[in-house]
Design a protein around this ligand. Structure first.
Ligand code: HEC
Length: 194
């Protein structure tokens, strides 16, 4: 083999190696991606905030009939003492850990199931990765409100975020329109002190 051919073959080999490395999720089957995604979603405690709960004597546990479907649309919020949520005081959460109250107003954990109108059904892997990296809705919109820990989740590799998304797209779609966030100046109007 002359030197030129050897050089071109070597370069091609390196390029293939690089491309395979950059897109290593393609080395996993869909099933393998979903299995890894399930593992990451479970240890990433997404269920803590995003799944409705059943209350037990030992505290709330995820309701397995509607996993990751977000704050139930029909759930009434208990009244709030707005004096308690001033800066430097308390951050409050409901017993299901789906709704959070703080200086940012009230945020509701999103529906992560693949329902196209109320969940992530229309999202792509790229949108999901961009959302986790930028902390912006769909990777380009409003800032995601606390306590969504996108800064930590965004530290995962593209491959792992892709697996997470593959799992979320594989779970049963649940129709649940999560309420829109309530801005700080609306809390007092919406909720009367008890
Ligand atoms: C401590 C609570 C908490 C945890 C843990 C959490 N989230 Fe969230 N998440 C939220 C809240 C609250 C929102 C809504 C933020 C808003 O309205 O801006 C949200 C929003 C999102 C969104 C944006 C949805 C949209 O429509 O823009 C995605 C995607 C998401 N979370 C995925 C995850 C994943 C995946 C995990 C686990 C790896 C996770 N979250 C863990 C509380 C949490």
């Amino acid at each position: 083999m002359n030197k030129k051919i050897l050089f071109v073959s070597l370069c091609t080999f390196c390029l293939i190696l690089l491309l395979t490395e950059l897109n290593c999720s393609s080395k996993m089957t869909k099933e393998e991606q979903i299995a890894r995604g399930k593992y990451l979603v479970n240890i990433g405690v997404c269920n803590d905030c995003h799944s409705p709960k059943i209350m037990t004597a030992m505290g709330p546990i995820p309701d397995t009939t509607r996993l990751l479907s977000g704050q139930p649309s029909d759930l009434q919020l208990p009244p709030i003492d707005t004096g308690m949520i001033a800066m430097g005081r308390w951050i409050l959460t409901t017993g299901n850990l789906n709704a959070w109250v703080g200086p940012w107003g009230i945020s509701f954990a999103a529906n992560l199931t693949p329902d196209p109108s109320t969940g992530l059904g229309l999202w792509t892997r790229d949108i999901f990765i961009k959302t986790m990296r930028t902390g912006k809705h769909m990777g380009a919109g409003n800032d995601l409100l606390p306590p969504m820990p996108w800064q930590a989740i965004g530290g995962l590799t593209d491959k792992d975020l892709g697996c997470m998304f593959a799992y979320l797209q594989s779970i049963p779609p649940i129709i649940n329109r999560v309420p829109t966030p309530i801005p700080p100046n609306m809390i007092a109007e919406k909720f009367i002190k008890e």
